[in-house]
Design a protein around this ligand. Sequence first.
Ligand code: KMH
Ligand code: ZN
Length: 271
Amino acid sequence: MSVVITVAPTGPIASKADNPHLPTQPEEIAAAVAAASRAGAAVAHIHLRDEHGRPTADPGIARRTMDLIAERCPILIQLSTGVGLDVPFGPRAALVELRPRMATLNPCSMSFGGGEFRNPPAEVRRLAARMRELDVKPELEIYDTGHLDACLRLRDEGLLDDQPMQFSIVLGVAGGMAATPDNLLTLVRRLPENAVWQVIAIGRSNLALTAMGLALGGNARAGLEDALYVRKGELSPGNLPLVERAIRLAHDLDLSIAGPDEAEKILNLPV
Ligand code: KMH
Ligand code: ZN
């Protein structure tokens, strides 16, 4: 069986002050993604930053980053429409007009660390519908059990298709579910039968819950968005060690790694 490895090199929260190896500029992001692609990542989950390193939904920066990545490697690009807590929903949603192969869809508003992550129901429904029109496959970010129910309601309304639904089970955000094996199992058991999924475990339980996700039949995500450290007290010297670690885990579990072509089939991306 093959698993899809996603690299998440940047994220919305951390800065170079937290880890100097965090890629924030288009060239840096493209270089990190190309190295991850060479190591075996099939999908790149992309957040954009402005020249000061602040989260942005600037379509010019997004276009440039996507082009630089495409010049360097065949990885499948997934734009984050989460973007960052201070960026309004409108420009976040407009990123799908660039027609990445995939984009995230965050179904519910929530507290997020010390901030607020605003995903108003009417806007989420509009974004889901637009993604469907544009053939941009949503990755559904669920941070709590009710978020899964919200996604299932969108499916029942015909705003999401289930060919299959693709979920990220996000554990460890303050405001969402804690990063525990029990919470992971609870959600995995409730997913639709044909769902494709991965664990996003934030912070120190990243390794254990990524391993658990792989053992349970999920895909895996790795990168500085989710873990700034490779082990206690040791900052990761880039994204590559985290991606290589996830790939080692998969190999140790006797799983093969899907390249972009196989990942396209597993995720059933619209052509
Ligand atoms: N960093 C994740 C926990 C998204 O990209 O759409 C949340 C996130 C969602 O960044
Ligand atoms: Zn993200």
